[in-house]
Write a protein that binds this ligand. Structure first.
Ligand code: ADA
Length: 563
């Protein structure tokens, strides 16, 4: 829901420069916000440890910004990304109140509150980027990406009307009949016969009345004549919901995604996915990728003939998803995860954090037609019996919240995986020609894995090659075409795309990866990560194309009819 479009609500964008203090090793339990000496400023959104002064530092940081509040009014503070532990405090004179704590850096959360008296208040946000299982089991020190810290995405404050629309869920029921299901949830002060009106693209489609202090309203709407959303023709529409004094607008697409046998269908048409894994990372911004860079990433992805992004390995920024809606690029959006063990998956604390992450991911992206798949737990121990109950629980929760999209996870244990029956789409990460065997043997390797997966439960389900790639150092051109050269990477990716193109058993490929990304400096891994980066991007961290760019472009454009 685009909260920034309100009418009866007043929305203040809190992006800009905030007061800042880096408190390092301080324990948040012992920090009194009134005593913090704010001796610096920091941009919001931005990752503080991507700035030169705090580069590479881990610890507690405090952000402060003054806000003017009306006495007795209802407020909702929305934060789109705080890395990766955060506490929101409202302070005035000597008094302060904790409004909310949150873990997990890549999801939107809210803090709802009322100010007793009118006046100026300090909004203080404590942010901790330490990799600390006890505080935040979602961001761990062995991940193959650098966990930046800070307020990395938008922040805004909404003064809500007495009765406010909390959420609007739009689901396509039948694309041919242009039938969509709309659910509106509201809360606030008890009201009798409050007018509720819906309009699509400015045309009124429904007027009713509702009563009570909170509740929901649902209805099927038939919208004849409206265009459908598909990668080749991504038509978008706008639903306006008016409830009493409140109004929100939500962009949506009419599109149904489903799995039929070994195919993924969008509005009953089989689709093949040609794309990239994409991290939200840049050396100068960390995870706080600015919208201009998101748009340019998408431009390059489309220029290469891509119609697919796997958001590796956490929920993508909603602004990026909105851009994908407009561009007709399909997205696999996944909750945060990277090689979790059975021990993690049997730990109630981890599962609870994952459930919240899943709920927040789905709430933020539900209405985005570009999101066609939910994913979770990249390369975790899906081959260990003890982990199965954890997988079941998380996948069950995804389906409870959204039964309209298929679910998948990327396995790296194709020969022993025990959970393929839990997925609608089977996805596998493979690195032939890089970590093992050779480019020449890649075809045999991939064919073998497909056969093994089919014998273990993938038969009759779509298959995605969710990672394949090779490292290449930008500018390393080598007549021997050795590993790490741009030529080697180009050759490997050409081979991989060609293989998937010729074998319709595979519904798609997500190249590992779109751009180079900084990684955690772990002794045993860093020797395979020159410069401290995962160098398997087809563009480097500044988005400069490597030779693979043209190779991928040629190969994708050959197979993607919509490119
Ligand atoms: C895995 C993992 C990626 C990345 C990749 C690699 O498949 O899912 O995040 O680490 O390997 O580059 O080795």
């Amino acid at each position: 829901m685009d909260a920034r479009n309100g009418q009866g609500r007043v929305v203040e964008d809190l992006a800009g420069l905030w007061d800042f203090a880096f408190l390092g090793a301080a324990d948040p339990r012992e920090v009194a916000v009134g005593t913090i000496k704010f001796d610096d400023v920091m941009a919001v959104p931005m990752c503080f440890d991507a700035t030169p002064r705090y580069a590479g530092q881990r610890g507690l940081a405090a952000y402060r910004r003054r806000v003017k509040l009306e006495g007795g009014a209802r407020y909702r503070l929305t934060l789109d990304g705080v890395h990766h532990w955060g506490r929101v405090v409202l302070a005035r004179k000597q008094e302060s109140a904790i409004l909310r704590e949150h873990i997990g850096g890549f999801t939107r959360f809210h803090a709802d509150f009322q100010a007793a008296e009118a006046g100026e208040y300090d909004l203080v946000i404590l942010v901790d980027n330490r990799l600390d299982w006890a505080r935040c089991p979602l961001h761990l020190d062995y991940f193959d990406w650098y966990n930046y810290g800070g307020i990395s995405r938008g922040v805004w404050l909404t003064r809500l009307p007495e009765t406010a629309i909390d959420r609007v869920w739009i689901t396509t029921r039948d694309p041919k009949a242009r039938r969509v299901h709309v659910r509106v949830e509201w809360s606030g002060q008890a009201q009798e016969n409050l007018p509720l009106a819906l309009a699509v693209n400015g045309r009124p489609v429904l007027a009713e009345q509702v009563s009570g202090d909170s509740g929901s309203f649902e209805r099927d709407l038939e919208l004849p004549g409206l265009g459908l959303w598909s990668p080749g023709s991504p038509a978008l529409h706008e639903l306006t919901v008016r409830l009493g004094a409140d109004e929100v607008r939500e962009t949506f697409g009419i599109r149904q995604v489903r799995v039929e046998g070994e195919k993924i269908l969008i509005n009953d048409e089989p689709v093949r996915l040609w794309g990239f894994n994409r991290h939200e990372s840049h050396p100068q911004f960390g995870h706080a990728v600015p919208p201009a860079l998101m748009a340019s990433d998408l431009q390059q992805i489309r220029d290469m003939g891509g119609n697919f992004v796997r958001g590796s390995h956490y929920p993508q920024d909603t602004r990026f998803l909105e851009m994908c809606d407009r561009a007709g690029v399909c997205v696999w959006n996944e909750s945060i995860g990277w090689q979790q063990t059975a021990q993690h998956l049997t730990d109630p604390k981890f599962l609870e954090a994952q459930l919240v992450n899943i709920e927040e991911m789905i709430a933020a992206a539900y209405n985005r037609p570009s999101v066609i798949l939910w994913g979770l737990l990249n390369e975790s121990e899906s081959h260990v019996a003890a982990a199965r109950a954890g997988y079941e629980r998380l996948i069950r929760r995804i389906r409870e919240l959204d039964s309209s999209r298929p679910v998948t996870y990327a396995t790296c244990h194709p020969q022993e995986d025990l959970g393929l029956d839990l997925c609608d789409v089977v996805s596998v990460n493979l690195y032939p020609g890089w970590y093992y065997t050779s480019i020449e043997n890649m075809g045999n390797d991939l064919a073998y894995v497909a056969k093994v997966l089919d014998s273990r439960g993938a038969a009759g389900k779509p298959l995605i090659l969710s990672e394949i790639g090779a490292g290449a150092i930008y500018g390393c051109r080598d007549t021997h075409e050795m590993q790490w050269s741009e030529q080697y990477q180009a050759k490997l990716l050409r081979e991989a795309i060609g293989f998937v193109g010729k074998h319709p058993r595979w519904s798609g490929i997500a190249i590992w990866q779109f751009c180079d990304v900084r990684t955690e400096e772990i002794p045993q891994r860093i020797v395979g990560r020159p410069r401290g980066f995962n160098n398997k991007g087809v563009v480097d961290e500044y988005r400069r194309p490597k030779m693979a760019y043209e190779a991928v472009k040629e190969a994708f454009r050959r197979w993607n009819a919509d490119a």
